[in-house]
Design a protein around this ligand. Structure first.
Ligand SMILES: Cc1ncc(COP(=O)(O)O)c(C=O)c1O
Length: 509
């Protein structure tokens, strides 16, 4: 019987005890609603009849009806909004009524806000789990192998810090970070010929936090941010998390397509541009000097921030270092970087460099995020840098990345020649491969997984999922023979999906 009918039947109980007993009739009304909610007849958000209508239906007075609703509210089943009425709460269906469901976590499903996980987020989360998956070759993992970690130097630096300033290492500190590490970061910038004031440096927990703080500092919901497409997934997520819209701007072998940016600026106002001008992940390419000049001119003319990620900037295989954008436009460029790709990501030693009022906003965001980056990590990183180990470590890391690419290049030529082409990276840890024939990205990811290899699918690194013929293969984590086997499996997955190498024309006899 519907709950409404049951309520009407209460009226017939005029001769019964319930009518004579105010608490009895209230109890009866409460139980009818409770059953209707538990059975799903009244679902989350359903509106209950107004108290006057309930009073008429059941033949009780208005006060009794109001009392019944109050009791339902006390049980967590309904809530009232002044002027709009009484509604079934989202979590009501999962309110544990019996001992058996006392510790049920089901209610969380009703009350948690919808989780908007993007394709890129999911791929990023999966990539971290690839490392642990038995038998899977993770060409997707974009961080360096443990083999390059400076273990002995770090041991010595940690020992030194704990021997000389253990209290400081364990105490809260300034939100910006320790002055020792800020000074060492300024030394790293100076080694590239770029002068930075340690006062402009905020130590962060990795470059990821730096990107997120920068975005939150400059954006309000509804703003538009231009972003290289493809790009690093976490920067796309940081922009969206700040409530802004992301506008993709293509990249090619000379970096960001500045003509496309200019066309975008002609029709939309942007608050910021997210860019990796040196050794971009995933393409491994630089922004050309001509485009760099034009880009900075556009930033000044249109008044937007440039959120510059320099994380791979020093991992160039050969040739001259390129200057950061910030070197020429400190008023516009907010620079983020870390030791993650050269020393070790587990340290979470990152930083943001910014000038002007935006710096205070970044500091405020940092404070509300985590008060400060762990002091022990900061002191150890600063001690390690102060002991002068970094130049040799950087050379070791460069050599590792350079050799990794050499091996990867051979494997691609060997196994994917004729089915794909790639952009030759100038440094960094990834190669951006494009398939010559169309194949469903989802099918290829699944088939590759079945055959025991994982890679970063291009669609996941793209703002609008437009790069779905592309694959990012990383060469900084695996040994050459593992990489070769991974690329062979990938070729085999493509073959299973009937993407075969183009037949070479027979040589004339
Ligand atoms: C382009 C880029 N920026 C930032 C990061 C994040 O670095 P961190 O580990 O220091 O947070 C990564 C890590 O893969 C990256 O590839």
């Amino acid at each position: 019987m519907s709950y409404k009918k049951q309520l009407i039947e209460l009226r017939g109980a005029e001769n019964g005890e319930a009518r004579d007993n105010r608490s009895g009739v209230t109890q009866a009304i409460v139980e009818i609603f409770e059953q209707a909610i538990t059975a799903g007849e009244l679902g989350p958000g359903a509106k209950l009849p107004p108290t006057r209508q309930l009073a008429e239906l059941t033949g009780v007075n208005h006060l009794t009806a109001a009392r019944a609703y109050r009791q339902l509210a006390e049980r967590g089943l309904v809530s009232s909004k002044v002027g709009s009425g009484t509604f079934v709460r989202a979590a009501a269906a999962a309110i544990p009524g019996s001992e058996r469901v006392k510790n049920s976590i089901a209610w969380q499903r009703y009350v948690l806000p919808e989780f908007e996980e993007t394709y890129g987020d999911r791929v990023l989360a999966e990539m971290h789990s690839h490392v642990q998956t038995e038998g899977l070759i993770p060409l997707s993992v974009g961080y360096p192998s443990e083999r390059i970690f400076p273990i002995e130097e770090m041991r010595a630096a940690t020992h030194e810090v704990m021997a000389t300033q253990p209290e400081r290492a364990l105490q809260y500190s300034d939100v910006r970070g320790t002055h020792e590490l800020a000074e060492q970061v300024a030394v790293l910038s100076a080694a590239r010929g770029e002068e930075e004031d340690p006062e402009d440096i905020v130590i962060t927990s990795g470059a990821t936090q730096g990107l997120s703080l920068a975005m939150r500092a400059i954006l309000t919901p509804g703003d538009v941010v231009a972003c290289e497409d493809p790009s690093f997934m976490s920067v796309i997520r940081a922009i969206r998390a700040a409530g802004a819209k992301v506008q993709p701007v293509p990249v090619d072998e000379d970096g960001l397509d500045v003509d496309a940016l200019e066309a975008l600026l002609a029709r939309t106002e942007i608050r910021a541009l997210a860019i990796q001008p040196r050794l971009h992940n995933p393409t491994g390419r630089d922004l050309s000097p001509e485009r760099r000049e034009r880009l900075l001119e556009l930033a000044r003319r249109h008044g937007f921030f440039v959120v510059e990620d320099g994380i791979y900037g020093e991992l160039r295989f050969d040739g001259e270092e390129r200057p950061s954008l910030r070197a020429d436009a400190p008023a516009h460029a907010i620079y983020t970087d870390s030791l993650s790709k050269t020393v070790g990501g587990g340290l979470r030693a990152g930083w943001v460099i910014a000038s002007g009022p935006v710096l205070d906003r970044i500091i405020a965001e940092k404070r509300s995020d985590d008060i400060h980056t762990p002091v022990l990590n900061q002191l150890v990183a600063a001690e390690y840098l102060a002991q002068g180990h970094y130049p040799a470590q950087l050379e070791r890391a460069r050599e590792h990345y350079r050799r990794g690419y050499g091996a990867m290049e051979e494997s691609i030529e060997r196994h994917l020649g004729g089915v794909a082409h790639y952009l030759e990276p100038l440094g960094g840890g990834h190669v951006w491969v494009t398939l010559d024939s169309p194949v469903s990205e989802r099918d290829l990811v699944d088939e590759a997984w079945r055959q025991g290899v994982a890679y970063a699918p291009g669609g996941a690194m793209s703002v609008a999922r437009t790069q779905d013929l592309c694959l990012r293969l990383s060469y900084c984590f695996l040994e050459p023979d593992e990489m070769d086997e991974g690329v062979r499996r990938l070729a085999s997955a493509l073959e299973t999906l009937s993407v075969r190498p183009a037949r070479r024309a027979a040589a004339p006899v």
